[in-house]
Write a protein that binds this ligand. Sequence first.
Ligand code: ADP
Length: 317
Amino acid sequence: MDGPAPGMRHAGTDGVGSGGAGSGGAGSGGTRPEAAAPGPGQPAASPPAAIPGGVQPDDALLVLSGVGRRFPGGTRALSDIDLTVRRGEFLSLLGPSGCGKSTLLRLLAGLDRPSEGTLRRDAALAAGGMGFVFQEPTLMPWATALGNVRLPLRLAGIGRREGEARAAAALEAVGLGGFQRALPRELSGGMRMRVSIARALVTRPALLLMDEPFAALDEITRHRLNDDLLALWSETGVTVVFVTHSVFESVFLSTRILVMAAHPGRIVAELRPPPPPRPPGFRTSPGYAAHCAEAMAALERAMALPRMVLSRAAPPA
Ligand code: ADP
């Protein structure tokens, strides 16, 4: 990405978003939808098919093979995850509470390590190559919007003049150009989330990891932020992995959706909504409704799956 996010055009008020028609087929489900994906730098076994958005599947940022995560005490949060995150895609992880979405995101972020399997990262993710946005904006309450967005640049040793210029550009990109000097308490929930997104993007990361960023916002604000996030994604080319409970949000935003089931957390289906952009009227179109129905059915199937009986060492006699 070559500059701070130029995508979010709406200013500080968060109102109703846009809508348009969409169609296209969702992909097939399965417990190992990515089993044969090649790693970074490895040749694909067969000519790669383009995925929606024109990205080639061998353009991998992260490759997980047989990844599991077991916590002390025995909770098996994730099992047998095979997943390739491809450069430029908008990938959503959709599933009920407790299915391991946040645990998987933490593994992708390098904040936690797998108990089993391998996780390989592209070199682009090594130093400052990832940005994070959580459900809570986690802003410093005493610092201005500009100071909050500049923080990662300060931590990276970038001087005040360049840091402030980049932070100001990032705020402009998320529609908060006029709010540089505002403190977090002076901003609405949607505006605080915009500051959080600007802070995540100011380092120009290759990968943006978002953990239910809009779950606490009202529906109108959420729609507006969904619209603007898609504009930002399309204009910057940043790869996004987005955790959500919302079928509607996942279909609206994503080029690919992985549906997860719990106990243990695992990927059980892969869906491919029609690729963005979302033209006016999309949210009320039959095509969008059909894809939401498909994703809802996949989620219901995932939630109806029985707990897997996991092999354990036999207890001592
Ligand atoms: P989700 O994000 O889908 O709601 P999580 O990834 O937060 O799910 O959690 C998956 C499972 O792992 C849950 O059963 C949760 O209680 C458990 N879990 C998550 N973090 C820890 C931890 N640090 N220690 C023990 N269990 C954990």
